[in-house]
Design a protein around this ligand. Sequence first.
Ligand code: C2O
Length: 483
Amino acid sequence: MKPAIDGIRVREDVWKLAPWDDTLLWYARAIDSMKQLPIGDSSSWRYQAAIHAYLRSEDPFSSSEDRLPSLSHRRRFWNQCQHGSWYFLPWHRIYLGFFEQIVRSHVVALGGPDDWALPYWNYSDEENPNARLVRPEFLDESLPDGSPNSLAQAERGPTSGASGDFGIEPSDTDLSCLRTVPFRTGRFGVPSGFGGPRTGFQHSGGVIGDLERVPHGAIHVGVGGWMGAFETAGLDPLFWLHHANIDRLWEVWLNRGDQFQNPTDPSWGAPSGTEFEFHDATGAIETLTADQVVDTRAPVLSYEYEDISDPMPTAGLAREELIMEKGPAMLVGASEETVRLSSTPTSVNVQIDPTAMADNRAALAEGEPQRAYLNMENIVGAERVSSYKVFVNAPENEPEAQTNYAGVLPMFGLVEASRRDDPHGGSGLTYVLDITDVVDRLKQKNEWDDKNLKVTFVPKQRGQAGAGVREGARVGRISLYYR
Ligand code: C2O
């Protein structure tokens, strides 16, 4: 564990800690102590998870003795997580900040250090062959002293092979999102945006920003179990390490260069942006807006990351800078019917209008790059399904050819975004893939057709998507945009 300097605590890479480093030991002990508190106490383990989302029917600890906070309290402080929104990053930052403060207060009460900080899980670290595995401390049944280990107490998906291997693949930890320049998603999801679309309070659904899709969503689905749903994710001690890393990637992105900037729109932060309310470690209510947490060293947060170096300093040059005001995105083709995804690969043809393509080209300045976006709009489903890999113009005999690979759709939050009683009206998830590079590759190989686009969805866990799932996910529309 690294000591704080000038009151700024250090969030460390969990894979660089010694076995059962103090950071992990104290985390485990603090969780035990948080679990002793009733769900109505804002410093309890279950309350903290309920801030993200709570559904009694999905609560694995639900008991007749529970005394939930009043309905108005729950409406104000629970089910608050922000997804499909430009508040995704700041909201989770504030959430983790207060959580960290609460864990620390438990650590201190137990006689531990007052500079405890959350570690992060850097699953994308190419120098670490174990990066995609779960650290053994989150799997061991007991602590070194033989007492039960709260870090391992979570329901997770099946491991494949070595213990700690939940089947997370390189495509799940890919950092292409760092190449996306604008923070904010544009109209029609074009450009896709690093941080998500402009919204008000947005609990689920909508257009998912690039970082929120991969690695964020892919890791949720990859670990599976409690991590796979909004209501239970925060009950897994790993959740907090995952989100510390997502929060760290925001810092990495900002450090890449001058074009990488947070929204400057006054409706993101104060005075007109959405305000978020939390309880601090003393139980007092704190209200914060996005612009108040852009600096992790601000007194309310007071942390920094051990490492925010650029993981792809040369290869990861920014995608050509996109100025949204330059010209509108143009729809050049769309599927006509709802597409049903299943537990086997599904292909769909989308007709392209060559005139619209030419019009778009003509609207761009000489030499200005033209970019292609594949939108999967309004994906809904009543059950948790597998993630899907998307391929463009994949050959019949090789549906998963690397040349044709466009990206992964993690389906985290699918059920949540499909509920009709959700404030967003159950309109589902919308994923946008920037497929410019794929299109270029296909053109070079003469596999691009100006009139027709074939999109193939390949389920990642075929068994899982099939077993027990009566109705897979449905994609409302598949569309191709250029700008
Ligand atoms: Cu609000 Cu990773 O989820």
